[in-house]
Write a protein that binds this ligand. Structure first.
Ligand code: ATP
Length: 323
């Protein structure tokens, strides 16, 4: 067998390297030849395919990001682009591909699978919006980084009687905002899934002040209509009397970088090693994820057809806890 590994997505996720390492070494243990496809689907189309030995994946488990690089590839969303990719796989005599990435990447995996390619997906996105995995590779590290920043901002906020708006990642998913907000004791959480207005946010900040709080932390997801930029502009123009002095911080890409947590290294390792086992048993057209703390598989067609929603009861709980 000749098996290639590819990391794909709008962004890298901490723990992807652990997954690549595990896939390569577990595959070599089967006596297979292992390869890396660099720069995601873009590299698949251009044939950027390199052999990977055990030593090539040494010293990467502790590194964030993906040493195979990742990229967006609009061309791969066209059938013409995908056929170019399939042609490259044929030229390199690749029998199967492991695709580590989020929902867009798994959609690409499903398309490849439908063209007859042997594909297994591995759940990886810091948005944690992927159906078929309770938690995806990268989420735990991203949450811990966001939380550390929130904790630091809370310290300075409480010394200065300030309110801080902290924007965390999540274009369409409020998962990081919700979970880091609850864990960081936020006074209010803004997610893309629930419409909010700057007036609502102002009201929450004012109310926290009136309840005698020494500071307020508002966690917002970047994809919310009412994100950091919208709030900063609104408060500049309307000069609301919030009680607190307001500061706005965007965490941005710091959430992707850094050292992968123990959880993400183990998750990446377990999911990728299991993907190799499934491949060995002749299973494909599936994505490997963690469900109820066990490695489980879901058909790629099912992964793509469903969306994992946000647990709204946790958003309600966050309101209660902000009292
Ligand atoms: P993240 O959650 O980190 O953003 P993602 O996998 O959802 O990860 P996307 O940028 O949505 O990231 O998708 C990655 C790549 O997957 C795209 O650049 C494209 O090449 C491929 N892809 C996305 N949608 C499709 C589709 N409908 N058909 C084929 N390929 C697709």
């Amino acid at each position: 067998m000749r098996v290639a590994v590819l990391t794909s997505g709008g962004g890298d996720a901490p723990g992807m390297n652990a997954a690549i390492r595990a896939a390569v070494r577990a595959g070599l243990d089967k006596g297979w030849q292992m390869f890396g496809i660099r720069h995601g689907y873009k590299g698949l189309i251009s044939g950027d395919i390199v052999p990977l030995g055990a030593r090539d994946v040494g010293g990467i488990i502790e590194r964030g990001g993906t040493f195979l690089h990742t990229a967006r590839s609009p061309e791969f969303e066209t059938r013409e682009g995908r056929l170019k990719g399939l042609n490259m796989l044929e030229q390199h005599n690749i029998d199967a591909v492991l695709i580590i990435g989020g929902d867009g990447s798994q959609t690409g995996a499903r398309e490849l699978s439908e063209e007859g390619c042997t594909v297994i997906g591995i759940a990886s996105t810091i948005d944690n919006d992927l159906y078929g995995s309770d938690i995806s590779i990268g989420v735990n590290t991203a949450l811990n980084i966001a939380l550390e920043s929130i904790d630091r901002l809370r310290t300075t906020a409480s010394s200065h009687d300030r309110a801080f708006v902290v924007e965390v990642m999540g274009r369409n998913s409020g998962y990081l905002a919700l979970m880091s907000g609850i864990a960081g004791g936020a006074e209010f959480i803004v997610v893309p899934e629930v419409p909010s207005t700057p007036e609502t946010v102002a009201e929450e900040i004012r109310s926290a002040y009136q309840r005698g709080k020494s500071h307020a932390i508002i966690v917002v997801a970047e994809g919310a209509e009412c994100n950091a930029e919208a709030l900063a502009q609104h408060f500049r123009e309307h000069n609301w009397r919030l009680g607190f002095e307001l500061r706005v911080t965007r965490l941005g890409h710091v959430q992707r970088g850094g050292i992968p947590s123990v959880f993400d290294r183990l998750l990446g390792t377990r999911l990728a090693a299991s993907a190799i086992e499934y491949l060995d048993r002749g299973k494909h057209g599936i994505m490997v994820g963690l469900i109820n703390d066990e490695v489980q598989t879901t058909a790629l067609s099912e992964v793509v057809a469903n969306k994992k929603g946000l647990d709204m009861s946790l958003l309600e709980l966050a309101k209660v806890l902000a009292e």
